[in-house]
Design a protein around this ligand. Structure first.
Ligand code: BGC
Length: 820
């Protein structure tokens, strides 16, 4: 931290300190003109800028500036390309500079625990190593341009249901091996300016924003984080505990909601003023960092070049689409008469709903791109982008068109409401009308290609019947152009899945424990997330992690390890030769997995520990390598409270996917420090074989090392400010409020439009917002005494006094509105 930051913090008045540790409006920090410190502006993130200006902007409600929308993280991770992530980061960083933004709110790195999480489109992977590599490169790219990132959401925030209040019950080893590495590596290797702290509760049932163990012991002391810990928007429950725990900046503005408790705690000595000073110094340090960049530049940066960035968006998108299946139908000959079917051909899905939603510069559909290129394409809708029920007339027209063309290309996908922040999916299915149309078309057209546009895996009951499947994910505004580039073979697909596509929801490792009860969500599957589970439990999947085809074939040969023995502290290089054995130039993603011994503590069958992407001309061959280190062979040993590199025989695999292992080599790991498995004497039979659906309370408690907190709240219970409107349903008054709010759904539909998914579900998710957040965001109109009075009414206590308090509060609000 800059000395100047500490000095300036020492010169603040108490009032200035209390202002500086919270936002101004939705996106700015507090300006300290007296000390010559400006405010700085932040914006979402992560795959395009959502800078809100003009009317409503400060409240986070206004339209945002027009900007280029890039592919979302589910796709960029499928590129397995550090270079792409870095370049994307640089592009976004440059745009931020042009828009005078100091911090971009991303990358979002939470692990895809369940394919149902509504925000998976914003997250990278089910694999911590891949997520970490992507996050580090993105961060280096953005920050290399003098703009900070906010790596989010720290930590174990893997669902949208009850995201603002739930407690994630996760064993320490799963946290260390699965949920932390993307944060840890980014902190250690890329020095993020800020970390965004998640809504949920973690260790000991304490909110992340008040969790000393998380924010101070682990983030700062263990990993060396030196930036600002900023709350997710509205995540602060108890600001006093938050300051003490190491949460520096509360976002957005919470008016005076926390002022009185802070003053009282400072006065009573419950909160040391030095903790407040430290938070202030860190916020000042962040502002100084941003100011230094501006000063170094001298002149204001040139405006963003949207045309140029759109071209980049097209290039990136080509690297993010995964060819899942190809019986030879692709690439398409340009003279074939093609039937383009499905509303998504003209109105593509290219981003998800919620805070990452940007006002896109220019969206290119596959249909218009094909028409512009003069390709012989005809269109039939078949199903609309918001349709669920099958329409016999539209279906008949689509089938007729498919039958008389040479090939049918069906553009299918999830409606935007199903890939959205604030809500999880309940199943893995596409809208039924889409499956019906696909199944009808394959009856008349053997050459049927399905192009998917969705943020997360879907079930594909027709996968065996169609000739090819291209997974486009949510590919940003150039989606249609990239699809045409790949479908017609101008480029070969080269992405691979950063997540498993399961056959059925019941197969997923957290099935039965997602999204959990009203109070907690139990991560009973522990480290068995994604392929770590499917492989060890020997479950069939629809498409495995790391899978992706291309228009050529690659041969793997000559896997060599630099040594046959390995000792912690050393590096070990693995090298394999890859040859493009086909006649198309293309890139291959080479994956290196480590296969640990299975005789000590339970371990996955294998884990990704290296990868590289190599572009090879037809016939060309090259060596591809990765460097393994002690971490590559280690597991988190809860007894040592550290990583432990267990000695033994390890396999190193060179693979084209997690289920397409091409070569295997062996290495003996030596370690003089012998440690017994931390599980000796514990009964963990289900974990030995990854039978995660069989983990009972006793076994999970044995793994956790503490008793399970109740999964559900007692009902009725005494509510506090963390209660949500859903909780308030326990009282008659709460039920009335909920009814009234539901009546407002049609109005919400008009106001929010598509950006926030469908209004009814969005209102339902607003019911999961704590009452204190509603008060914090009310701009002081619904203040703390009123929120407390409302809670008393919900608790059916002190009716008279509470109603009087509400009436007084209304009086204050009216005065405030009148500017008195
Ligand atoms: C999201 C964050 C986002 C913030 C600001 C929150 O609801 O969880 O990811 O950056 O809003 O829009």
């Amino acid at each position: 931290m800059r000395d100047e930051a500490k000095n300036l913090a020492g010169r603040l008045t108490l009032d200035e300190k209390l202002c500086l540790i919270k936002g101004v409006g939705a996106w700015r920090t507090y300006p300290l003109e007296r000390l010559g410190l400006p405010d700085i502006m932040v914006a979402d993130g992560p795959h395009g800028l959502r800078k809100q200006e003009g009317p409503g902007g400060a409240q986070g409600l206004g339209e945002s500036i027009q900007t280029v929308c890039f592919p979302t993280a589910s796709g960029t991770a499928a590129s397995f390309s550090r270079a792409l992530l870095r370049q994307l980061g640089e592009t976004l960083g440059g745009e931020c500079r042009a828009a005078q933004l100091s911090v971009l709110l991303g990358p979002a790195v939470n692990i895809k625990r369940s394919p149902l999480c509504g925000r998976n489109f914003e997250y990278f992977s089910e694999d911590p190593y891949l997520a970490a590599e992507m996050a580090v490169s993105y961060t280096q790219g953005v920050q290399g341009k003098g703009v900070g990132v906010s790596i989010k959401h720290f930590a174990a925030n893997n669902q949208e249901r009850r995201r603002m209040t739930t407690q994630s019950v996760v064993d320490e080893r799963a946290l260390r091996e699965i949920y932390f590495p993307a944060f840890e590596q980014t902190v250690k290797r890329a020095d993020p300016w800020t970390v965004m702290v998640a809504y949920n509760k973690l260790f000991d049932g304490i909110y992340c924003c008040e969790n000393t163990r998380l924010l101070t012991d682990i983030l700062r002391e263990e990993w060396g984080f030196d930036g600002v810990a900023v709350s997710d928007w509205g995540a602060v429950s108890d600001r006093v505990k938050g300051v003490a725990a190491g949460l520096d900046l509360e976002m957005p503005d919470s008016a005076d909601f926390h002022r009185q408790p802070l003053l009282e705690a400072l006065q009573s000595g419950e909160l040391a003023e030095s903790a407040l000073d430290e938070a202030c110094a860190r916020v000042i340090d962040l502002i100084l960092r941003a100011v230094e960049v501006e000063q170094a530049d001298g002149a204001p940066p040139p405006p963003a070049d949207n045309e140029l960035d759109h071209i980049l968006a097209r290039q990136y998108a080509r690297e993010t689409m995964v060819l899942l299946k190809n019986d030879g139908a692709l690439p398409l000959q340009k003279n074939l008469k093609a039937a383009f079917i499905g509303g998504f051909a003209k109105q593509p899905r290219f981003q998800g709903g919620g805070s990452s939603h940007v006002n896109a510069f220019r969206v290119a559909s596959a249909y218009e791109t094909a028409m512009d290129a003069g390709l012989p394409v005809e269109y039939a809708e078949g199903f609309g982008v918001r349709d669920y029920e099958y329409d016999p007339v539209k279906t008949k027209q689509a089938v007729a068109l498919a039958a008389h063309c040479d090939v049918a290309v069906i553009f299918a996908g999830l409606p935007e409401a199903m890939d959205s922040e604030g809500q999880d999916r309940k199943h893995l299915d596409l809208p039924p009308c889409q499956n019906t149309v696909i199944q009808a078309i394959v009856q008349v057209q053997p050459n049927t290609v399905v192009v998917l546009q969705n943020g997360a895996p879907v079930r594909m009951p027709w996968a065996g019947d169609v000739a090819a499947i291209l997974e486009s994910y949510l590919a940003g505004e150039a989606v249609g152009e990239a699809q045409i580039d790949l479908l017609y073979g101008d480029y070969s697909p080269c992405a691979k899945l950063a997540e498993t596509f399961p056959l059925r929801l019941q197969d997923t490792p957290c099935y039965g424990n997602f999204p959990g009860g009203t109070a907690t969500v139990e991560y009973r599957e522990s480290i068995y997330v994604g392929y770590r589970y499917y492989d060890k439990a020997q479950r069939d999947v629809l498409f495995p992690f790391g899978h992706g085809l291309s228009y050529t074939q690659f041969e793997y040969s000559n896997l060599r390890l630099a040594r046959k023995n390995f000792t912690p502290g050393e590096n070990l290089e693995a090298i394999v030769t890859i040859r493009n054995a086909g006649d198309v130039d293309a890139a291959e993603i080479v994956q290196f997995y480590v296969e640990p011994p299975q005789d000590g503590a339970f371990r996955p069958k294998m884990e990704l520990k290296g990868f590289d992407k190599v572009f090879l001309r037809a016939g060309e061959k090259r060596r591809v390598s990765c460097t393994l280190d002690a971490r590559s062979f280690s597991y988190w040993h809860t007894g040592l409270n550290d990583w432990y590199c267990a000695p033994g025989e390890y396999g190193v695999l060179a693979a084209a996917s997690s289920r397409d292992i091409r070569l295997r080599a062996e290495v003996t790991v030596h370690n003089e420090q012998w440690a017994d498995s931390p599980y000796v004497g514990l009964a963990l039979p289900s974990y030995e074989n990854a039978q995660v659906h069989a983990v009972g309370d006793a076994e999970f408690e044995a793994l956790l090392g503490f008793s399970l907190p109740p999964a559900d709240y007692a009902s009725p219970r005494r509510l506090n400010l963390d209660a949500t409107l859903t909780d308030a349903q326990q009282s008659p008054f709460g039920r009335v409020i909920l009814k009234i709010m539901r009546l407002a759904i049609p109005v919400m539909e008009k106001v929010l439009g598509e950006a926030f998914g469908d209004a009814a579900t969005q209102v339902e998710s607003a019911f999961e917002m704590p009452i204190r957040t509603i008060a914090e965001w009310s701009g002081g109109f619904f203040d703390r005494p009123m929120a407390e009075a409302l809670i008393s009414i919900f608790n059916q206590e002190d009716y008279l006094q509470s109603i009087c308090e509400m009436a007084k509060g209304l009086g204050r609000a009216v005065k405030k509105a009148m500017g008195k």
